[in-house]
Ligand binder design. Structure first.
Ligand SMILES: Nc1ncnc2c1ncn2[C@@H]1O[C@H](COS(=O)(=O)NC(=O)C[C@H](N)c2ccccc2)[C@@H](O)[C@H]1O
Length: 532
């Protein structure tokens, strides 16, 4: 939203602070409206109404209730985003259980690490799920069209609590923590529904919308999309990851389901923009695109605007530790001289502020600082990791006496003249090359300004002598002669100081992405190390 048209200050949305109450409120008013629309195969579009979703929630909640699992226990929910999976997470919420979403594609070792950390009472997968060999300490069950099927009941336990509270964890998202042990982001019912209220105040979706969700269930972007759709009385259109990766499949699903909004990380657009521009431009029901997770390379964003001239494009910024923080319309057309996109201001009910390296709050325009988020939607902490929690939830810099904590995001930004924030990368994306500070995004931006370059990633690679060397990977744009590495180096040298010119530049057909769809920098670093 542009800061000019600031939405109403009061967050909106249905009553109820428990996740299931909030998301099923629409069911009471529009039981026959579509809640989930799926199209797994050509011509096989299925609609699940709010009433049918509610009936599935009832059946699954009854099944969970019969297992008599203690309130607050964890349930690993291994599934793609489907109507039954949405019903399963809502049933966990109603049964007072904390769901832990993981993708069916999760490698066994990572699943075992999550199981060992979260120690769930139950592993729940779809009726056709293929996961086997779960540890005997974990109960196992499947959810299908008629309810739950229990393969192995959870072990006996002495119930110590029975009353669910809105401060209880609704879910735990395990992020792809860079260190070995995955970090579990714990989100309470109160935090999630407070975020949903702030988001819905922006009126991004209306009841007639069909919100396509292209992220895996384990990525909280999918939970944002489910909340946006169901909280607006609209329908969510889940696109399975195996279809997202193929442009023709992705565009077919969007066309056949009549998607009016497509939400995803920037990388989902790379191949459609390059190989299927006509099919993309033919999606005449598409009226909005929402992206998050990382910066959208500007040449690709411009191309998307050209192909979808009627679509509103929303830059959604934030971290899993608060689900998200802000929603800002991308200017149309994108001015030629723009270097960084605005992330606007925090959603209603929350506030972002900047703190400089000395810990002083920055409030002058143009002065960079680290974004700190004050919000009712903050996470409760990292699962079983009080030290990491203390580093992320810090005393409110403006009033430490109050006991209120704010989220230290690790992101840099500057405030514009109109009060909107402009993202300036992560604090750890500032690297030192031969003693000089380099903002990797600045190198990436220069590379994408080269005619024919669509996207670029720059990395600082460790050298045997302990120093760092700049490497870059460039993806060519549609229908252009692919840029030449030598010409790209000269192009960088013409505008950047020598220490910011990548020593090695590789042209790639595509950038590798993580399970959540972000550019996989670790994979690129490995590729670069092998190339040396
Ligand atoms: N719009 C952005 N521009 C630029 N850098 C960004 C942006 N959105 C995140 N990021 C980056 O990604 C980090 C958060 O990473 S994360 O914890 O894995 N979470 C996410 O990426 C998704 C996030 N939970 C979310 C979900 C749904 C909607 C919005 C945001 C942020 O701290 C930023 O560095």
């Amino acid at each position: 939203m542009s800061t000019v048209s600031q939405p109403p200050s009061a967050p909106a949305g249905p009553a109820g602070e428990f996740l299931h109450d909030f998301l099923l409120a629409a069911a009471r008013h529009t039981p026959d409206a579509p809640a989930v629309i799926e199209s797994p195969r050509p011509g096989a579009t299925t609609v699940t109404t709010y009433a049918e979703l509610g009936a599935l929630v009832d059946a699954y909640a009854d099944g969970l209730g019969a297992l008599d699992i203690e309130t607050g226990s964890r349930v690993v929910l291994e599934s793609d985003t489907t109507a039954p999976a949405v019903a399963a997470l809502l049933a966990c919420s109603r049964a007072g259980l904390t769901f832990v979403p993981v993708s069916p594609e999760t490698p066994r070792q990572r699943l075992e690490s999550i199981l060992a950390t979260a120690r769930p009472a139950l592993h729940l997968q779809a009726a056709d799920g293929t996961r086997t060999g779960l540890p005997p300490t974990t109960g196992t069950a499947r959810f299908g069209p008629d309810g739950l099927t229990v393969d192995r009941a959870p072990g006996p336990h002495r119930p110590r609590r029975r009353v669910p509270c809105v401060t209880d964890p609704a879910y735990i998202i395990f992020t792809s923590g860079t260190t070995g042990r995955p970090k579990g982001v714990v989100m309470s019912h109160r935090a999630v529904t407070a975020f949903y209220r702030g988001m819905l105040a922006h009126r991004i979706a209306a009841p007639e919308d069909r919100v396509a969700s292209t992220s895996p269930l384990q990525f909280d972007f999918s939970l944002l999309n489910i909340g946006l759709a169901l909280g607006s009385g609209a329908a969510v259109v889940p696109v399975p990851p195996q279809l997202v990766r193929w442009p023709r499949h992705l565009l077919r699903v969007l066309r056949e389901t009549g998607a009016t909004q497509v939400n995803g990380v920037p990388s989902i657009w790379r191949q459609p923009l390059r190989y299927e521009p006509e099919r993309l431009a033919a999606l005449d029901r598409l009226r909005s695109v929402l992206f998050c997770g990382e910066e959208f390379p500007l040449p690709e964003l411009r191309r998307l605007q050209e192909l979808l001239p009627a679509a509103r494009i929303i830059n959604c910024y934030g971290a899993t530790e608060s689900m998200a923080a802000s929603f800002e319309d991308v200017p149309r057309p994108l001015p030629d001289d723009v270097e960084r996109l605005s992330i606007g201001v925090a959603h209603p009910g929350a506030e972002m502020l900047l703190v400089d390296a000395s810990g002083t709050v920055v409030d002058r325009p143009g002065v960079p600082g680290e974004i700190h988020l004050r919000s009712p939607a903050l996470f409760s902490g990292y699962w079983d990791d009080p030290e990491a929690t203390r580093a992320a939830l810090v005393p409110d810099p403006l009033c430490p006496q109050s006991g209120q904590v704010v989220l230290r995001t690790g992101d840099l930004a500057v405030r514009g003249e109109d009060g909107a924030f402009f993202f300036r990368g992560r604090t750890d994306s500032q690297v030192q090359i031969n003693g000089n500070r380099v903002e990797l995004a600045e190198v990436e931006r220069r590379l994408t300004e080269f005619p024919g370059a669509a996207a670029a990633t720059a990395l600082a690679l460790p050298l045997p002598d302990g120093g760092l060397e700049l490497a870059a990977f460039v993806v060519p744009g549609a229908g252009r002669t692919p840029p030449d590495a030598g010409a790209l180096r000269e192009f960088c040298a013409a505008a950047l100081p020598p220490y910011m010119v990548p020593q090695q530049i590789q042209l790639l057909d595509a950038l590798p992405v993580t399970a959540n769809g972000k550019v996989d920098r670790a994979a690129l670093a490995d590729a670069a190390a092998r190339a040396v």
